[in-house]
Design a protein around this ligand. Structure first.
Ligand SMILES: [Zn+2]
Ligand SMILES: [Zn+2]
Length: 339
């Protein structure tokens, strides 16, 4: 873990105290969990990946809150566990922590609740849809099988967990947090507003463009929902402190939203420009990113697929080989700018 990564403390304008706890969720890959104290409420936001390093760092975070800030809180004091979205680096430790904090209620947005209640079905359906997407994207068959295998590794089959509180946009949690639904990166992704402080989870990060995939794989993901959610994020006023699910503190929230939106629009335009000639999603990804390998390749093909989907939904791209595609649904689609 980078030396500068320590538990940090932030006091929101509504007097809730927020501790940001860094976790090594995968080897050399880091995410944050947050511990919030507000009145009698003791809240954990996100549970890490559930891997031993992640669980270790989460427990160390509780110890550090006592040692560094003199606030005594134990895991079994928790009253509420809020999951910002159903990705493994945010939800994977829930079964483990629930056993240590048996009195805590578990809350998640309605569109990501199956990541807890029915992870087996969610993973299997996503796997099937991903297989179809990669085929229609024109990924060569041997490569498609490799990417599908990687996709499964990134989505381990978790133990089903009951959800106590189903969240919707605008809900208030524990008298101190507002739920802001921002679909795109994940169907049920939420930001949490605590007074003047915003937990942005994976909607807005200071350095990285967040991963997007087509909503043909998961409804409510994709570029269209993401851009709508960036617009929603731009309307939030009075945010003094913004803390993401990864990376350092976001130095200027309003500026980060503008930059993220501009960069997204630029990437969409590049795809449209490259479709002056007919292209499959896989060709577009290879043109844009060169030689790709492993999980990065899967992410890049998904990102390009999401942008192509966005442009086709809006009539800016058309399928060049429509007759072939209609005759055989597995046929890779060739996209070209609409005339
Ligand atoms: Zn995520
Ligand atoms: Zn994440």
């Amino acid at each position: 873990m980078p030396d500068s990564w320590q538990v940090t403390q932030h006091t929101a304008s509504n007097w809730a105290v927020i501790y940001r706890v860094p976790l090594e969720v995968f080897p050399a890959y880091y995410a944050h969990a947050f511990v919030l104290l507000a009145g009698e409420h003791k809240i954990l936001v996100d549970t890490g990946s559930g891997l031993p390093s992640s669980n270790r760092d989460l427990l160390a975070g509780f110890t550090a809150i006592g040692d560094q800030f003199g606030t005594s809180i134990r895991v079994d004091d928790l009253t509420l566990i809020v999951i910002t979205h159903g990705h493994i680096d945010h939800v994977g430790g829930t079964d483990w922590i629930r056993k240590l904090a048996s009195d805590a209620q578990i809350a998640i947005h309605e569109l990501d609740c199956t990541s807890l209640t029915n992870p087996h079905e969610r993973t299997r359906i996503a796997h099937q849809r991903m297989g179809n997407f990669l085929r229609q994207a024109g990924v060569p068959e041997n490569k498609r099988q490799q990417l599908l295998a990687l996709y499964v590794i990134g989505k381990p089959d978790l133990t089903p967990i009951a959800v106590d509180v189903i969240l919707r946009d605008g809900d208030t949690l524990a008298d101190c947090m507002e739920v802001i639904h921002v679909p795109g990166h994940a169907p049920g992704l939420i930001m949490l507003r605590v007074g003047d402080t915003l937990l942005t989870s994976d909607h807005i990060l200071p350095k990285t463009s967040v991963a997007l995939s087509p909503e043909s794989i998961f409804p409510y993901t994709g570029v269209g929902h993401y851009l709508d959610s960036l617009l929603k994020a731009s309307h939030l006023e009075g945010i003094q402190v913004a803390l993401g699910g990864h990376e350092e503190m976001i130095p200027d929230y309003a500026d980060a939203v503008i930059r993220t939106t501009e960069l997204s629009s630029l990437k969409i335009k590049r795809i449209l420009d490259r479709c002056a000639e007919p292209r499959t999603v896989y060709q577009l990804a290879s043109d844009a990113y060169g030689v790709m390998d492993g999980y990065t390749e899967l992410l890049m093909v998904e990102q390009v697929g999401a942008r192509v989907e966005y442009l086709s939904q809006r009539g800016q791209l058309a399928i060049e080989n429509l007759d072939e595609v209609l005759a055989d649904n597995d046929q890779p689609r060739l996209y070209r700018q609409s005339r």
